[in-house]
Every structure is written in C-alpha cells, then in structure tokens.
Write a protein that binds this ligand. Structure first.
Ligand SMILES: [Zn+2]
Length: 153
C-alpha cells in the first residue's frame, strides 16, 4: 500500500482510538500512529539498503516505483513464477514476537496495535490488487514459496 494511504488511515485510526478509548492517552495514540505507517514499513528501506548498499531515500523511492511498474505489467501466472520479497516486519511471526515483548514491556502493546492495523490495510490492499495475500501474512510461507522460484529483485 502507498505510504500516503498508510499515513491517512493510520492518522484516522489513532485519532479515533484516542477519543474512543480513555486508557490509550496521547503518548499511546502517538506510538500507535507512528507504528501504523512508519515503523513497520522500515523493512522496505532496510531491504533496499541490503540490496543496493544505498541509504538514499530518493533512491529507495525511485527503485520501488520502477520495480512496481515492471511488476504490474506481468500477468498473474507470470507473477507466480517469481520469489516474493521478504519483509521482516510483515507477517504473523513478527506479530508473535511483538506479542511476547508486549507482556514484558507494556508500551509495546501500542506498537502491536499500530502494526496490526497496518497489516490489515496491507492485506486488504494486496487482495484488491489480486496479489498473493500470504506474501505479507507469513515469512515462513514466503521462505517455502520462494524455493526454486525465479529471482525478481
Ligand atoms: Zn506494509
């Protein structure tokens, strides 16, 4: 999903929670907001840096847009032949880790809420674009899926 949409939805979500649930408070809402659009998608930038050695945000943006354009031209059966990118913050596995951490450090509950909201937005977006929803639902699935698949980027 486009970062702009994540910021808009994340803002509406965290503001709504702030007004609807007293216990959340301003700092809690702020952490939820920050986690819902920024924190979780850092894995996209980390992946770019790992692949290219570059820390340039402009470079990252151009790279993503370019690869997206090429990807969108491919047919559904064609897409199936390729590896799915691994995003280490997207999936049920990082959610489980956050869940465990939340028991140790209660502030992590806010991160978990923001990240879960982001995940729901991503999954709906993938579904609407007829992409493989499982690709962002489980890292283990991606690892198994990628065996013997063509490299994309
Ligand atoms: Zn995402």
């Amino acid at each position: 999903m486009h970062p702009k949409k994540h910021i808009i939805y994340g803002t509406v979500f965290s503001v709504a929670l702030y007004f609807l649930i007293n216990d959340i408070g301003f700092v809690g809402a702020l952490i939820i907001w920050f986690s819902s659009w920024f924190l979780i998608d850092l894995d996209h930038i980390m992946r770019y840096t790992l692949k290219t050695g570059s820390f340039s945000l402009v470079g990252f943006w151009k790279w993503s847009v370019e690869l997206g354009k090429i990807w969108n031209k491919k047919s559904q059966p064609e897409k199936k032949a390729y590896k799915i990118p691994i995003y280490i913050f997207h999936g049920i596995e990082p959610l489980i880790i956050l869940f465990v951490l939340a028991y140790l450090f209660p502030v992590v509950w806010f991160v978990l809420i923001g990240v879960m909201f982001h995940m729901i937005c991503d999954l709906i977006d993938l579904y609407q674009r007829k992409e493989n929803v499982l690709g962002k639902l489980s890292i283990i699935y991606v690892l198994i899926h990628n065996i013997n698949k063509k490299h994309y980027h």
